[in-house]
Design a binder for this molecule. Sequence first.
Ligand code: ADP
Length: 169
Amino acid sequence: MSNKEKCMKAAIYPGSFDPITNGHLSIIRRGREIFDQVIVAVAINSEKEGLFTIAERIAMVNEVVGDMEGVSVDTFEGLLVDYVQKNNHNVILRGLRALSDFEYEFQLALMNRKLAGDVQSVFLMTDYKWFYVSSTIIKEAARLGGNISGLVPPTVEKRLAEKYHGATG
Ligand code: ADP
């Protein structure tokens, strides 16, 4: 890789994004302050059935990051490091919330390094505002009729209401 190419740096931000939250969005925005391009990579995992289909998750990410320069959306299936390398990238971006995230992310990063030594994992600490926000807890709150406004983008709030309560407004 030439020095010039190194200047145009892209980071792959992988995850389930079921659905995208303001915590994810914060990592994307801040990732863009470091990298020229952030590619949100929605994982297709046949073992892990989500609430939203992959198409719905991509649509939501697109609706939210659509006008952000240098941010794009893609999907991948199988090993993340294979996807990263096949596309000639070498940075994985992840977000960290609590200690529980750390343990899992540490394990994942070491496994990925074992599988592909030239792929680096980069971590950004969450903003305190999103410390407790996860897709899982958002879904739980939305399912039970809790107010999740301000924690997810409005389009996600609407789609969650449609999924759980059949609301269309
Ligand atoms: P996965 O199923 O791979 O953990 P997620 O969509 O839950 O996928 O998360 C993708 C990445 O975003 C992970 O690195 C996760 O730690 C991070 N993340 C999720 N929610 C937040 C948040 N509120 N603040 C910072 N990072 C977050």
